[in-house]
Ligand binder design. Structure first.
Ligand code: HEC
Length: 621
């Protein structure tokens, strides 16, 4: 397969820059958005969102959603419809024609029903314990060099890849942030079915059983046209169940607790229940000085898998009460925050689900923020709490000294990585939790007591450990992001292997800057984004870790040696007529299945390199 090289990527970027200039600048953009969204050198580097290039790739519908119902509504609050249209047309200059799957359908669209009952990859954690170890992989250190690109898919209406694929027999299920859902032929990438069930799909896909049918469940936003009452809040955050064989939507359940409930972590099934982690956008809304910050908080909700009915809710803070007025006289509320954006870890033996929480988004800081929380799966009762960092309250106002910044003012050290229920060498369960602080905590799953604690790096608000860790035998693989240099600290971006019994470091790989890419640019990254934020995965003697530079690496788990690498920050011929462009590898990273490796490339939310590529590699025969 032909790939464009970096020089061409740079050219494309320059050309795109010119066409934006030809459109002229937009006053609303300059006044309301540029401080956080422009490309270098105008960016403040403090609160960077996606770049102009990234926004152009999201397409108009997604930008409209962000401005009217989504994360950016505070910045577009009082715009007239005309100004809004103008702004959106400026941000996404080419209104792409409606894409249709018709021309890219497989000749044989059969989906093997039996394979759906025994999927190779069914959820984010690869198993209920969130080990991210793939037992059904043929890839090893002595054949991984024989991987070649089998196909590339361009995901529609997105500048980032948030979802991990599901693999069952000869079918791969994939989704785009723009709300598109695909069943693909595993080896060729042609389309078995395509649907557009949601306005936005934010979580990974999970293959569950719904009413005794294999179904994909995921979290996202309802379309305005969905024939049910939109949420009590503007986001319309919902869980969807879609039949895996036909693509038909079986049910959609609004699970929002607050204005600003948002779904990020993967959903897991245990018996007849689905466990849904709920995050909260107070952290973003807090930047608005007139916003009464903050009433929303993180939670876990259990749903009846067959109907979507909500069975219980475990709240991560008490209900917010009025606290004080900010200097503009705007009422503040607390406690709030403690978002849950990890995929729950299931401990079937103890009937517990473990989740991680983020910081509080207003004062007072509370006891279940930046914590690992053990929840009874039947009742939702909290069994124990282990707090990694106490006294952490932060929202985006703190980035510019805004009036809603709580007195704690950070340090913003969530548990964003799912906890891993691993086993020590003598067969005992041990719960491993990596934090944005750069510390890996090993806990007794019965009580939450500490077994060991290892500081791997100084950490930062974007990790330390950001999206995940993976286990292989007695080793836990710990990617470290550390993108921002703190005063007087030495960053330690890289990949680390720790001994599960002791927390001792077995090997370390220092991240190497890969800065010559035409796609690389942008604050807050000190030089270019090249560190490790994505969740890793393991299989046989390999660990797969993708970097923000876009390089996909396979490490030998025993030695830390790089045994395979591939630069995904390029443009690929795609199998579905939508240009497939790689960028930063973040969030779900890479997963192996059988003789294949799947890599999602592109992530733009904090100024990394955008992209929309789903790449499928296969061992040469
Ligand atoms: C104070 C800084 C700031 C300002 C001002 C701002 N943004 Fe953002 N924007 C961000 C950040 C940070 C993110 C990423 C947030 C996240 O993922 O949590 C973002 C995300 C976005 C997204 C992607 C949303 C999604 O859900 O995927 C769009 C589109 C966007 N901004 C457009 C705009 C537009 C248009 C304006 C002006 C009307 C604007 N923003 C003003 C900081 C800002």
């Amino acid at each position: 397969m032909k790939t464009l090289n970096r020089a061409n990527g740079l050219l494309a970027l320059l050309l795109c820059g010119l066409c934006t200039m030809a459109e002229g600048s937009n006053e609303i953009y300059a006044a309301r958005c540029a401080s956080c969204h422009a490309d270098e050198p105008t960016r403040s580097g403090k609160d960077s969102g996606p770049t102009l290039e990234a926004m152009a790739n999201m397409g108009r519908a997604q930008i409209r959603f962000a401005l009217t119902r989504g994360k950016m509504q505070i910045h577009a609050r009082d715009l007239s419809e005309q100004d809004l249209n103008h702004l959106i047309a400026f941000l996404a200059p080419s209104a792409r024609d409606e894409w249709s799957a018709e021309a890219y359908l497989c000749a044989n669209r059969a989906i093997d029903r039996r394979a759906l009952d025994e999927p190779t990859i069914s959820a984010w954690g690869l198993d209920a314990r969130n080990t991210r170890y793939q037992p059904n992989s043929e890839l090893r250190s002595d054949n991984v060099q024989d991987l070649e690109l089998a196909w590339a898919l361009g995901l529609p209406e997105t500048a980032e890849v948030r979802s991990q694929v599901v693999v069952a027999g000869n079918t791969v299920f994939a989704s785009s942030v723009g709300g598109h859902l695909f069943a693909l032929d595993r080896t060729r990438g042609c389309i078995k079915w395509h649907r557009h069930p949601a306005q936005v799909i934010r979580t990974s896909l999970t293959l569950a059983r719904v009413d005794d049918r294999p179904a994909l469940v995921f979290g996202g936003a309802l379309k305005e046209s969905t024939p049910m009452r939109l949420s009590l809040v503007d986001f319309g955050q919902a869980v969807f169940a879609v039949a895996a064989d036909t693509g038909e939507t079986l049910w959609a359940q609004d699970v929002a607790l607050f204005r600003g409930t948002i779904l990020t972590g993967g959903i897991v099934q245990h018996g007849a229940r689905l466990l849904v982690p709920l995050s909260a956008m107070g952290v973003g809304f807090g930047g608005d000085p007139n916003f009464e910050c903050c009433k929303s908080h993180g939670a876990v909700r259990a749903l009846d898998a067959n109907t979507g009915r909500i069975l219980w809710t475990a709240h991560m803070t008490a209900e917010a009460k009025p606290t004080y007025k900010n200097q503009l006289g705007v009422q503040q509320w607390g406690p709030s925050g403690a978002s849950v954006w990890t995929t729950p870890t299931i401990d079937a033996k103890r009937n517990l689900a473990y989740v991680g929480t983020g910081q509080n988004s207003s004062s007072p800081a509370s006891a279940m923020s930046d914590a690992i929380v053990a929840i009874d799966i039947d009742s939702g009762a909290v069994r124990w709490v282990y707090q990694g960092t106490a006294g952490d309250a932060f929202n985006s106002a703190c980035l510019f000294g805004g009036p809603n910044c709580p007195k704690e003012n950070g340090p913003d050290l969530d548990f964003g990585a799912s906890a891993v229920l691993a086993r020590t060498s003598n067969g005992k369960d041990i719960l491993l939790a990596g934090q944005k602080s750069g510390v890996v905590h090993a806990l007794n799953p019965e009580t939450g007591d500490v077994r060991w604690r290892t500081r791997v790096s100084p950490g930062s608000a974007l990790g330390g450990v950001h999206w995940g860790m993976a286990v292989s035998g007695r080793t836990v693989i710990v990617p470290i992001n550390d993108p921002v240099p703190g005063p007087g600290v030495t960053r330690k971006p890289g990949v680390y292997a720790l001994d599960i019994d002791t927390g001792r470091t077995l090997w370390a790989y220092d991240a190497v800057p890969v800065c010559d890419s035409g796609f690389s640019r942008g604050a807050p990254w000190p030089d270019c984004p090249y560190t490790f934020s994505a969740a890793p995965s393991t299989s046989n003697d390999l660990a797969f870790v993708g970097s923000l530079s876009g390089v996909a690496y396979a490490f030998d788990v025993r030695t830390g040696k790089v045994v395979w690498q591939f630069d995904t920050a390029a443009t690929f011929d795609s199998v579905n007529g939508i240009p497939a462009t790689g960028g930063s590898i973040d969030a779900p990273g890479m997963v192996a299945a059988g003789d294949m490796l799947f890599v999602g490339s592109g992530y733009a939310m904090f100024g990394e390199n955008p992209g929309n590529a789903l790449l499928a590699f296969r061992l040469k025969r």
